[in-house]
Design a protein around this ligand. Structure first.
Ligand code: CAA
Length: 248
């Protein structure tokens, strides 16, 4: 078993996830990442590359949209690596379309992966953290959950839902040493954002006061801050990291 605190990052190999894994390793955590059950080979290659770069990370299969998969993942990590003390709910997808072309499939896929996942991961783990008297949970929301976005009714709804969930369970964990916060990235230089049509993205970047896309490391830093051992008085809040694109 591990002496370092075990930190789980879902969607670890993604644009933001990898930067979070690195930041948490640098913070002295034993990091565990997840990969989609069908993606074992690329996930192992990613793990090897991370190891060679000085970031040893354990990986386990996980489908965050499936409650049983989350329970099995948590059980497996706790048995094989150690008690999970830090959880970063990062895995997420987009299925952008204006409402008139948004199919029930696009709606459900995004709600299941981006919002149901919060319940699926936290429900089996939360009471364990509370019983052990220590925990840090960070739920990755989005600028577009704060302000809404053309073509993202599904994504904006799911990401806005994360705030209610975060504030509710922050109250349940507060007396048990478990903090729960949200981080809301703006437009960050990741494969997800690069899928946005070039002309659309150009006009979005023109509206960012800082004048550029964010870097994944700038989100990872916010996650490391909120999961720090000394961050015990910060709970139920949202940290927006968006270059000034939306100020609340
Ligand atoms: N506000 C108002 N009108 C808009 C608009 C906007 N923001 N964007 C597009 N429109 C209008 C267009 O001008 C166009 O009008 P006309 O029909 O009168 O010409 C109409 O809506 C259709 O626009 P598109 O041609 O772009 O429609 P499309 O079906 O080809 O594409 C879309 C629609 C898929 C939503 C596309 O516009 C798009 O990808 N937009 C970006 C969505 C976005 O920001 N996604 C973020 C992904 S990254 C992420 O989610 C990470 C994060 O957390 C920030």
């Amino acid at each position: 078993m591990n002496e370092k605190r075990v930190a789980v990052v879902t969607g670890a190999a993604g644009g933001l996830g990898e930067a979070m894994c690195k930041a948490l390793v640098e913070q002295g955590r034993q990091v565990v990442g997840s990969y989609l059950p069908g993606d074992e080979q690329p996930a192992r290659e990613w793990q090897q590359a991370m190891e060679q770069a000085g970031y040893p990370i354990e990986i386990f299969p996980l489908d965050v949209s499936d409650y049983d998969s989350c329970s099995t993942f948590i059980e497996g990590v706790e048995q094989q690596v150690g008690p999970i003390e830090v959880l970063v709910n990062n895995a997420g997808i987009t299925r952008d379309a204006p409402l008139k072309r948004m199919t029930p499939e696009k709606w459900q896929a995004v709600l299941r992966t981006n919002l149901d996942s919060m319940f699926n991961m936290c429900q089996p783990l939360f009471d364990r953290m509370c019983t052990r008297g220590w925990g840090r949970i960070v739920n990755i929301s989005s600028l577009n959950g704060e302000k809404g976005q053309f073509g993202q009714a599904n994504y904006s709804a799911a990401k806005a839902g994360i705030y209610g969930f975060t504030r509710a369970i922050a109250q349940e964990g507060a007396r048990k040493g478990v903090t729960v916060n949200a981080v809301s990235p703006g437009y960050i230089d990741t494969p997800m954002v690069r899928q946005v049509p070039e002309n659309v993205l150009e006009s979005i970047v023109a509206g960012i006061p800082v004048g550029r896309l964010g870097q994944p490391e700038e989100i990872a830093r916010a996650v490391a801050f909120l999961t720090d051992d000394n961050a015990g008085f910060i709970t139920g809040t949202n940290l927006s990291v968006n270059g000034g694109q939306y100020m609340s």
